[in-house]
Design a protein. Structure first.
Length: 210
């Protein structure tokens, strides 16, 4: 009887030890298998001229009152802007430059001029110039595989540069005495905005009456 009980106890202990040894191996086998495969960041696509904004206008011309009907003034000046990057940059700047076609950190000056409309006697103009800034939208991406799943990560940045200039011409009636023409309450009655492209071509884009 004692021998039989010893055999039973020995058998139970052996089975328990086998289970305790086997459990860690089973638990480990169901853990995620991380392979950690990544590709390098690269440029996926570029949308050129995705956005265009006008920089700050600055005064570049103050005309004298016309002495004869039909006279006009020529508004001229220059606008500068330094190319830059905004947003999330994951690739080297040189890669961005190669894809957008221009260097970052370079100041570009655009010179432009525009004739006013014919003026009445005593009428005069003030001229303002601003850079037209273009943003190229750059989509960057990389693929990676982790825990058996493949997916993609993206990041967006914008590279901007000066592409043209805008000239605004404000028209004043000039019906005040000469010594009061520049008082603070002297306001324009009309404003015209022109786009001057890189070739010098001028396009009237807006006329506003005050």
């Amino acid at each position: 009887m004692r021998r039989t009980m010893k055999k039973i106890i020995a058998t139970v202990l052996t089975a328990a030890m086998a289970m305790s040894v086997g459990m860690p191996a089973f638990a480990e086998s169901i853990q995620p298998q991380t392979d950690g495969y990544y590709t390098d960041w690269g440029v996926k696509s570029v949308k050129h001229n995705a956005t265009q904004v006008v920089g700050s206008y600055k005064l570049c011309y103050e005309g004298n009152p016309a002495k004869r009907a039909g006279e006009y003034s020529t508004v001229g000046g220059s606008a500068s802007y330094t190319s830059s990057i905004s947003g999330t940059v994951k690739v080297p700047v040189k890669v961005i430059e190669a894809n957008v076609g221009f260097e970052i950190g370079v100041s570009v000056t655009t010179s432009a001029s525009q004739n006013s409309a014919p003026l009445e006697v005593g009428e005069y103009v003030k001229g303002y110039i601003a850079p037209l800034i273009s943003y190229d939208e750059v989509i960057q991406h990389r693929y990676y595989r982790i825990d058996g799943y493949s997916t993609e990560e993206t990041a967006t940045c914008r590279a901007c540069k000066n592409i043209a200039a805008k000239i605004r011409i404000d028209y004043y009636k000039g019906n005040l005495p000469d010594n009061l023409l520049n008082v603070e309450d002297d306001a324009p009655y009309k404003s015209e905005t022109y786009l001057i492209d890189s070739t010098g071509k001028s396009t009237l884009v807006n006329t506003e009456y005050m």
